[in-house]
Design a protein around this ligand. Structure first.
Ligand code: HEC
Length: 131
């Protein structure tokens, strides 16, 4: 009996360790990439600016495919002008809020936090300024 159970127990422990480590890794990545250091109640979404607040989010989550020489879907987002184009035509909010009929962004990754989405929305609501 013990001979069968021991390897099984070892496997379960290894599995759990793997799950715990991958879980904490993704949490760390989320925290590191949450450029405002917020999450939860302390999310500041008032008077959001392009350079200070919005560009760091886009850089963290989108430049891998839409910046630094990459333009997935023919779209680059690594300048104020190119991001404004996608904001003005409605695509930016549609893709990050996972609106029906649009490809969900960031592609193949978790949806942006509500905080980050609200930061981008505030910037757009204030006229999508180059500030
Ligand atoms: C892993 C690569 C990848 C990442 C990361 C990524 N995208 Fe995309 N994006 C794509 C691809 C591929 C397409 C074209 C998909 C299609 O047309 O179905 C696309 C298309 C788009 C479009 C055009 C949608 C349309 O309807 O024409 C926008 C806007 C966009 N992405 C914004 C973003 C934003 C904002 C982020 C970050 C929050 C982001 N993407 C992150 C790969 C990516």
């Amino acid at each position: 009996m013990k001979k069968v159970l021991l390897p099984l127990a070892a496997m379960i422990i290894v599995c759990n360790l793997m799950m715990v480590s991958s879980c904490s890794k993704s949490n760390e990545a989320d925290l590191a990439a949450d450029t405002t250091g917020t999450g939860g109640s302390s999310c500041d979404t008032v008077n959001m600016k392009y350079a200070t607040n919005v560009q760091p989010i886009i850089s963290s989550y989108c430049y891998g495919c839409h910046g630094n020489g990459s333009a997935s879907g023919g779209i680059s987002l690594d300048s104020y002008a190119s991001l404004k184009t996608q904001a003005d035509n409605g695509n930016l909010i549609a893709v990050i809020t996972h609106a029906a009929g649009y490809p969900a962004m960031p592609q193949g990754a978790a949806k942006l936090s509500d905080c980050n989405i609200n930061i981008i929305k505030d910037w757009i609501n204030r006229g999508t300024q180059n500030n």
